[in-house]
Design a protein around this ligand. Sequence first.
Ligand SMILES: NC(=O)c1ccc[n+]([C@@H]2O[C@H](COP(=O)([O-])OP(=O)(O)OC[C@H]3O[C@@H](n4cnc5c(N)ncnc54)[C@H](OP(=O)(O)O)[C@@H]3O)[C@@H](O)[C@H]2O)c1
Length: 248
Amino acid sequence: MTRIALITGANRGLGRATALALGRKNVRVVVSSRDGATDVAEEIVAAGGEALPLRLDVAEPASIGTGCEALLATIRREWNADSVDILVNNAGVGLFAPLGALTVEDFDTTFAVNVRGPLLLTQALLPHLADGARVVNVSSSLSRHSSPATSVYAASKKALEAITRSLALELGPRGVRVNSIAPGPTATDFNGGAMRDDEAMRDVLSQQTALGRVGHPEEIADAIVALVSDELRWVTGERLEASGGVLM
Ligand SMILES: NC(=O)c1ccc[n+]([C@@H]2O[C@H](COP(=O)([O-])OP(=O)(O)OC[C@H]3O[C@@H](n4cnc5c(N)ncnc54)[C@H](OP(=O)(O)O)[C@@H]3O)[C@@H](O)[C@H]2O)c1
């Protein structure tokens, strides 16, 4: 049977690349974003895949509730389905600020999007997560190595990895695999597009990376496709770093 995936933050960056990659694998993709990710859904359909757009703000518990209701109504109507086989908790915000500049609002927003969002969305989907489903939480290489001004962001990703491991244990009896993927610096809009557009930063990061450059969104997407594949069916509770070997 054709599998169904839900991806958060699928309108651009890693989420979009993952949606396109899963679409190419004949997965039916629900592409969600705060604005609905209609363009990406159309792109997948134009390429011969199946996709539906969905509005979902992971920082707002009410939006998670209404988003899940809309998701179920839509996949029932369009695909005669009532469960999701793949959940990619990709939506995230960066926060690069030294201690002196951090605010309570920064902290709360970062944790609301990067930690509470994936947790509450997985919880809301629980009755509609198929037995044997796969959940991928998008972490960061910054949960392993450290750099200045990343305390809150790195802590949020480390928290997400702790959640990943605990949920792997909780959901294991249903055959649900829960893993995290930890991208290294990747050329997207993230951090103001610095990894893509700032040549000096790219050079520094490239020198710190075994494979000698920053990553492309498609490379993270392909790693996520691998993580949800049957070939990795015995892998759960793991953290897969896809960073080209940054700061090893
Ligand atoms: N790029 C990197 O170097 C890198 C490295 C390690 C980890 N990551 C992680 O990879 C993930 C994707 O990042 P990216 O590189 O693709 O960055 P990006 O291009 O900045 O995209 C971030 C995505 O998250 C979405 N988002 C933010 N707040 C949201 C909310 N409240 N509800 C729903 N969606 C929300 C954005 O949607 P809007 O368009 O609505 O803002 C956007 O789709 C993030 O979790 C990030 O922490 C990225």
